[in-house]
Design a protein around this ligand. Structure first.
Ligand code: SF4
Length: 168
């Protein structure tokens, strides 16, 4: 069955910068999880950052620069995390990804603009951008309906031992 790369915090892992999580409670997520389809990654932790950690924002894209509010350079960790997440996506041959909105790593559509004022800019996070460039469709937690439609429209695996009965 198709595997789905998922931001670890959306599955309840306490890996956010503030030590919390962003768990999604949804029957489809629970179903996919029970089917072993979800591949959990936290790019920032993969890249070597601790939890909790200071929040960081993307300051520049060409070349990439990611810093904390007080100017600590997290660029190497963000780049390493993106590369490792992409390696995992390829290893599991994921069909798509469900990534946390607005994160400087995982956000698929917008991220904060680098001024730490909560202002968004229309550009993806470092990992999401890597996945998108690699041809992997990326959805966020506000696009679950679109993700479900995408998954449900894919051909079924005839060998699957799991029920294809729709839920919700
Ligand atoms: Fe969640 Fe991604 Fe941030 Fe990790 S890097 S805490 S998975 S949003």
């Amino acid at each position: 069955m198709d595997k789905i790369l998922v931001s670890a915090c959306l599955l309840g892992a306490p890996v956010r910068y503030d030590g919390g999580h962003s768990l999604i409670n949804h029957p489809k997520i629970a179903r996919w999880k029970s089917e072993g389809r979800l591949i959990s990654v936290c790019p920032e932790v993969l890249g070597g950052l601790p939890t909790p950690r200071p929040p960081a924002e993307i300051q520049n894209r060409f070349p990439i620069l990611v810093t904390t509010r007080d100017g600590r350079d997290f660029t190497p960790q963000f780049l390493a995390g993106a590369e490792m997440a992409m390696d995992i996506a390829q290893e599991y041959n994921v069909c798509c990804a469900l990534m946390k909105a607005r994160s400087p790593s995982c956000g698929n559509r917008t991220t904060y603009d680098g001024n730490f004022t909560g202002t968004e800019s229309n550009a993806p996070g470092i990992t999401a951008n890597e996945l998108i460039r690699g041809g992997i469709p990326v959805f966020n937690e506000n696009e679950l309906d679109e993700l479900i439609e995408f998954i449900d429209s894919r051909p079924r695996d005839p060998q699957s031992r799991f029920s294809d009965e729709p839920i919700n």
